[in-house]
Design a protein around this ligand. Structure first.
Ligand code: WT7
Length: 621
């Protein structure tokens, strides 16, 4: 037996043990099949299950009266809500019956465009109860973005709120839905959950209030048994090119890895209270706010608001109020609170805290130390968890309390996960200490299976750069302890406040402005957001002042994508550096915004080398 098949055997034995801890209607005929060359990975083929039976029904005997969900509203003066496993189970079943009444059945796609309230969690679980597929669109995306996702997924039902509370603002979600679906015939039903009570338009025959519609729905709903590889959800994410991709996650593999990694990484105990601050519109909110905790019978906290509203003490107040033992948040949130001073968290004992987590972007050493000292009071390990929308769950991370920590390092792969570093040519770097592009060598259960409606694009994006490997798009360094430190994206994806933004998408949005001829967007180091967006634009019309033009560009981007993609800096230039074949040299622009002029490289082969000096002179700091 050669080493690699030995390794595969060990990996398979490991996942078999893990999978046996879940509840199946029928176990698998084949544990894993397919590979990264043919891009046809499958896990637990032949098995049948329903994930909500694993999240809810399975716990009823022992945990019926245990808190499953704690809901903390945006406004601290509004009372928190609690749902036991028994109550959550009934709410999900009732919601499922409502969806059924609206014609939703196994395999149908339901879109959620909501604020963070319990109905969002109940709604996605209700889909899963029926074997329907949920696709959550983050409420911060614009109607145009929502429309794009609806055109792609062809969801027939949308669940939304009248509006959602975000700090002191109301986001008018229902009217945004109205705008998004105007003359879009695929949408048949819009269910509206009341939250902000702002005035909205209701279209007869299409729009229904959730509260009225659910009244006479039964509390009992048998779970629809699905196949292991049936889709559980679609989640859209940005890439380096083109439109957002709808990544498809399937049921059994996702469940097995997410449930298991939650328990392992965070070392969860029965009475722990887990607070993941992510929105359910992102993969983190799917995997570690919803499915991971519920699969383990844990108590999960859902927060409707934002970190610094009404004051920058809000996070620490929530930790104390709900006796949070595990806090899982993003470096950008930590940095944004850090700027209000350590005296704020220092005035809270937060003695319930046991473990801290970080996710979404590299955590800089300063933020790590601040989190460790002022939040964790130097007694809580920090798990710096590396993963992606595509990976479904955490792949590289310390195990809380067990792995020796190094600030800024995601440390070691989880069991069953085999990361490798490769050079530009795809040659695996076999020395212990190495820097290269991060790939994964063997399939793991919660890998996304495809891009909805475009398997070819899935193959191209992740499996064609390096043959036989899954390419993450990240660069990483491995040190003398074998620890991985993720250095950031090596493609045209920018990580702004832990959100993934494709430069191509922002450029396309900017170019929609009628006076803009061309644009190029690059990332630059940003104190709080990690990376900010720096846009270079050319404009042949001088009728607007630069200030007005910049304002209009920002609102164009907000309209096309959403506020999260608005450029931080816009520089109007005469021309963009191009190769003789006309390709924009973003590498040069990147060096300029990073103030790394020494490494700008040879510009003499450019079509228009003279523009580089002008751009440097006009750079905005
Ligand atoms: C990208 C994935 C993981 C769920 C939330 C983001 C970056 C993620 C880390 C980390 C350094 C990280 C990577 C990755 N990233 N976690 N611990 N350290 N970078 O999911 O939107 O799919 O983004 O986020 O660049 O590729 P996503």
């Amino acid at each position: 037996m050669n080493t690699s098949s030995m390794l595969t055997d060990e990996i398979h034995e490991y996942w078999t043990g893990v999978a046996n801890t879940f509840q199946w209607n029928k176990k698998w005929d084949s544990l894993q099949s397919g590979n990264f060359t043919d891009v046809n990975v499958e896990w637990f083929k032949g098995a049948r299950l329903n994930i909500t039976e694993n999240c809810l029904d399975r716990h009823l005997e022992k945990r019926r009266h245990k808190k499953a969900l704690i809901f903390e509203p945006n406004n601290p003066n509004e009372e928190a809500k609690f749902f036991t496993y028994g109550e959550l189970h009934l709410s999900v079943c009732r919601f499922a019956n409502l969806l059924k009444k609206k014609g939703v059945k196994k395999g149908d796609i339901v879109c959620f465009y909501m604020g963070m309230t319990p109905e969002l969690m109940m709604g996605i679980l209700a889909c899963a109860r029926l074997g329907a597929v949920h696709t959550v669109v983050f409420g911060g995306f614009s109607p145009t973005s929502l429309r794009g996702r609806l055109e792609d997924s062809k969801a027939k039902v949308i669940v939304t709120h009248d509006g959602s509370f975000r700090g002191d603002k109301i986001v008018p979600l229902k009217s945004m839905v109205d705008e998004a679906i105007e003359s879009l015939n695929s949408v048949e039903t819009v269910l509206v959950v009341k939250r902000t009570l702002n005035e909205i338009f209701m279209k007869p025959g299409r729009d229904f209030y959730y509260e009225a519609a659910i009244k006479d729905c039964e509390l009992h709903c048998p779970a629809t048994v699905v196949e292991a590889e049936d889709p559980l959800f679609i989640l859209y994410t940005s890439g380096s090119t083109g439109k957002p991709k709808g990544l498809v996650h399937t049921t059994a593999g996702y469940m097995v890895h997410v449930g298991n990694s939650f328990k392992d990484v965070f070392q969860i105990k029965e009475n722990d209270v887990f607070w993941c601050t992510a929105d359910i519109g992102w993969i983190t909110g799917h995997s570690y706010l919803t499915y991971g905790p519920l699969l383990n019978g844990s108590t999960t906290v859902m927060f409707e608001g934002i970190p610094n509203h009404p004051t920058p003490s809000r996070f620490w107040e929530v930790v104390e109020k709900h006796k949070v033992s595990h806090l899982y948040t993003a470096p950008t949130a930590i940095r944004s609170l850090e700027k209000f001073g350590a005296a704020i968290p220092d005035s809270f004992s937060m003695k319930s805290l046991k473990v801290l987590g970080s996710v979404g972007e590299p955590i800089n050493e300063e933020a790590w130390q601040w989190y460790h000292k002022h939040v964790g009071k130097e007694k809580c390990p920090i798990v710096d968890t590396w993963w992606q929308t595509e990976t479904g769950g955490i792949l590289i991370s310390p195990i809380a309390g067990l792995t020796k920590l190094k600030p800024g390092h995601a440390t070691l792969p989880l069991k069953g996960v085999v990361p490798v570093l490769v050079d530009e040519k795809g040659v695996e770097l076999t020395t212990l200490v190495a820097s290269g592009n991060l790939c994964i060598k063997y399939p793991w259960p919660s890998l996304a299976r495809t891009i909805f409606g475009d398997h070819e694009r899935f193959k191209q994006t992740y499996f064609s750069t390096y043959k036989g490997l899954y390419f993450t798009g990240d660069g990483a360094r491995r040190d003398e302890d074998g620890y991985f430190r993720i250095t950031g994206r090596v493609d045209d994806v920018i990580n702004v406040s832990g959100h993934r933004i494709g430069t191509a998408e922002v450029e396309e949005a900017i170019n929609e402005h009628p006076l803009i001829t061309e644009s190029a967007v690059v990332g630059f180091p940003h104190e709080i957001k990690g990376q900010g967006l720096y846009a270079f634009v050319t404009c042949n019309d001088e009728s607007l002042t630069p200030e007005v033009l910049e304002k209009q560009i920002r609102s164009t981007v907000e309209k096309v994508i959403g506020p999260i993609a608005k450029p931080d800096v816009i520089q109007i230039v005469h021309s963009l550096p191009k190769t003789r074949s006309g390709k924009i040299m973003r590498r040069i622009l990147r060096k300029i915004v990073e103030n790394d002029l020494a490494n700008i490289g040879d510009i003499s082969t450019l079509l228009n080398p003279e523009c580089v000096d002008d751009i440097i002179k006009g750079k905005k700091s």
